[in-house]
Ligand binder design. Structure first.
Ligand code: SF4
Ligand code: SF4
Length: 196
């Protein structure tokens, strides 16, 4: 009959409208920003740097190897390695900047990092009136504790902790084995007594 399709469509729409108020799972609209979105663990916005312990700079896992800087497709990472008082390169960054006005959130930096140092954040509210200064994040802005990493990505962070603990255990075993097989230093022979 003419118009049956329209009536069926309207019935389904009305059924879903009423049904969604009885089943909260079907209410997909979020009243953002009053209601905070429930982000899935694998959601990603921009990168941040993980640090262990209390000190955000001394505890950074980053060794300034620059792997992420090389692999970043839009080249929005800039790293300068730190040096000691004798000018010798140290395994930590003096400068670590990410221009998040350019970053496309691809996660390649996090995937290539051999030290589990750079991870993808959940923080996405970065709107600002100054895209040049306020979207250029520095080492201090990027450093976040391992506890924060656990709070946003608990499964991944727990797996990383287990992996790092295993690597540390193996390194300690290797060091102990090397120490055990090291050749003993020969004792210095006694000097000849002076001739009578
Ligand atoms: S997420 Fe992608 S674009 Fe952004 S800093 Fe990492 S590698 Fe570069
Ligand atoms: S974040 Fe990772 S890949 Fe990038 S410089 Fe630091 S240790 Fe290397």
């Amino acid at each position: 009959m003419f118009g049956t399709g329209i009536l069926k469509g309207l019935y389904i729409t009305a059924k879903n409208l009423v049904g969604s108020y009885h089943d909260p799972e079907r209410l997909t609209t979020e009243q953002y920003p009053e209601e905070r979105p429930k982000l899935p663990e694998n959601f990603r916005s921009f990168p941040f740097l993980v640090f262990d312990g209390e000190n955000a700079i001394d505890g950074l896992r980053c060794t300034a190897c620059k792997m992420c800087e090389k692999e970043c497709p839009p080249q929005c990472i800039y790293i300068v390695a730190d040096r000691d008082e004798n000018g010798k390169l140290m395994k930590r960054p003096k400068v670590f900047d990410i221009d998040i006005s350019v970053c496309m959130g691809c996660q390649i930096c996090a995937e290539v990092c051999p030290f589990e140092s750079i991870k993808m954040d959940h923080h996405f509210e970065v709107a600002t009136d100054n895209r040049f200064e306020k979207l250029l994040l520095h080492r201090e802005d990027l450093a976040k504790p391992n506890s924060y990493y656990h709070s946003i990505r608990p499964t991944e962070a727990a797996a990383v902790d287990a992996q790092l603990a295993e690597e540390k255990r193996k390194a300690e075993e290797r060091a102990a084995a090397r120490a055990a097989t090291a050749k003993p230093v020969p004792a210095t022979p006694p000097s000849n007594p002076p001739a009578a």
